[in-house]
Write a protein of this length. Structure first.
Length: 466
């Protein structure tokens, strides 16, 4: 090959081989018939079809190196009791073991054949661990409460069918309907004086000795709405859930299980649960002030934690311990922060977690359902960092801060107290209105010292006498 031929091939390429040469060649190049048919098929396609074909090809190329998405599933959680079991043969006794013992039921020998001794399965190990009194029988409980055992039985509504008082007058609670901020009504069940004294002693002598989960911040000593909000400061997103009917969802059987897990005998656990739960009497009027059935009464018919009893917040936190453990573990897996204040669940995290929320949220819902709670899906909120992020009333975008609306409202109240007197602003007849305002100012000062100092200066100029 001469110099001219070399330059020609370099500039214009090699000439196409002839058909005879291709047919006689054993090289693995594509045959003209195949190449011609492929080009003919491509040229016969419309531009729209060619575009769709290119898009399908590009999609296959993108997905070829992409890792297959793994479906996340929850393993069933099994709770194992650490208490020492008691054989049934030891529980059934012929003689009455203690006052108010339950009659044994034997279908072969009639409905009243002996008694059940439910006082033998107390576990002193756990009682000693939590620093709780060793109580085995109703008499032990009455002695610890320093009341007669007959009055103790009266407080448990033992004399009534299904432990439900037939009338409001015979109930140990005061009932009052209040309207929720959004929609519907909430029933406040405040215990009367004698029952409140017993519940207060149960709270101080038993429940306050049992620590709740670290993620629980509501009604816990040393924790507040501020400590609940701090883990969510400066996050790319804040995800908020609300548990519906938080107190009424915690039923009598679950409260019995809580006291059993602390080491008390079954007999004492039953009595403690009766003292801290209640069932709504039939004669309670509905939120409209009329007798008869109303949909708002449904959650209160079964024995539940009453909203208004001093023991209910602590028992609600303990009942949600398993929920907190599982949600905390899920949040840790996804590198998300988690806290709970009463019925408010809050999650927060960085921007890299946002694509995973499509599987994270359903997993949260499944955990809540399996723990026998109910989510209020209408109150679910996902707030990004370019919006105002508020957690239990605390703004958390850059630092914990008071909302502008709350600050302006309190400032206006103090301003009107200066001009018109404090009584003009005490529209709800708060008993100690000065202490009430001072507490609100202290809350603002904790979140924003500069704004709190301005409000405190206005407060000190108010004339509280005359």
């Amino acid at each position: 090959m001469g110099l001219f031929e070399f330059i020609k091939r370099l500039l214009f390429g090699s000439p196409a081989p002839t058909t005879a040469t291709q047919s006689g060649d054993d090289s693995p190049l594509e045959r003209p018939a195949e190449s011609g048919s492929a080009s003919a098929a491509t040229s016969a396609m419309t531009p729209a079809e060619q575009h769709r074909q290119r898009m399908r090809y590009q999609s296959r190329q993108r997905n070829a190196g992409r890792r297959e998405r793994v479906r996340v599933s929850l393993r069933p959680l099994r709770y194992e009791s650490s208490l020492v079991p008691t054989s049934a043969s030891r529980e059934q006794v012929a003689e009455k073991p203690y006052l108010f013992a339950t009659c044994s039921v034997d279908p072969r020998q009639g409905p009243r054949h002996g008694y059940l001794d439910l006082s033998q399965d107390a576990d002193p190990r756990w009682l000693e661990y939590y620093g709780l009194p060793v109580l085995r029988t109703p008499q032990d409980l009455a002695d610890w409460l320093q009341i007669p055992v007959g009055r103790l039985a009266w407080l448990t509504q033992r004399q009534h069918r299904e432990r439900r008082p037939p009338t409001v007058r015979e109930a140990h609670y005061h009932y009052q309907w209040i309207r929720k901020r959004t929609d519907g009504h909430r029933l406040i069940e405040a215990p009367k004086e004698k029952l409140r004294a017993v519940q207060t002693q149960i709270l101080e002598g038993i429940l306050n000795h049992v620590p709740p989960h670290p993620a629980a911040h509501g009604f816990v000593e040393g924790r507040s709405i501020v400590t609940n909000a701090r883990p969510h400061v400066g996050q790319r997103f804040v995800l908020k859930f609300d548990l519906e009917n938080f107190y009424t969802t915690v039923r009598y059987s679950r409260v019995v299980g809580i006291f059993r897990s602390l080491g008390f005998s079954r007999e004492v656990s039953l009595w403690l649960a009766r003292l801290t739960t209640t069932a709504l009497p039939e004669q309670v009027k509905n939120p409209e002030g009329l007798p008869g059935w109303h949909w708002s009464l449904a959650p209160y018919r079964a024995a539940h934690l009453p909203q208004g009893a001093p023991t209910s917040p602590a028992l609600a936190n303990l009942s949600a311990y398993g929920l907190d453990v599982r949600l905390q573990g899920l949040a840790k897996t996804y590198h998300v922060n988690y806290t709970r204040y009463a019925d408010d669940l809050t999650f927060s995290g960085e921007a890299r977690v946002l694509p995973a929320l499509s599987e994270f949220i359903p997993l949260c819902q499944r955990i809540v359902r399996s723990e026998r709670f109910v989510l209020n899906l209408r109150k679910r909120r996902l707030v990004r960092s370019n919006q105002r992020q508020v957690v239990t009333g605390v703004v958390v975008n850059q630092r914990t801060n008071v909302s502008r609306r709350e600050y302006d409202r309190l400032k206006a109240t103090l301003h009107n107290c200066l001009r018109q007197g404090p009584q003009s602003q005490n529209r709800e007849d708060v008993e100690n209105f000065a202490a009430h305002l001072r507490g609100r100012i202290a809350h603002v000062t904790q979140l924003n010292p500069a704004r709190g100092a301005k409000l405190l200066e206005m407060f000190q100029r108010i004339h509280w006498t005359g």
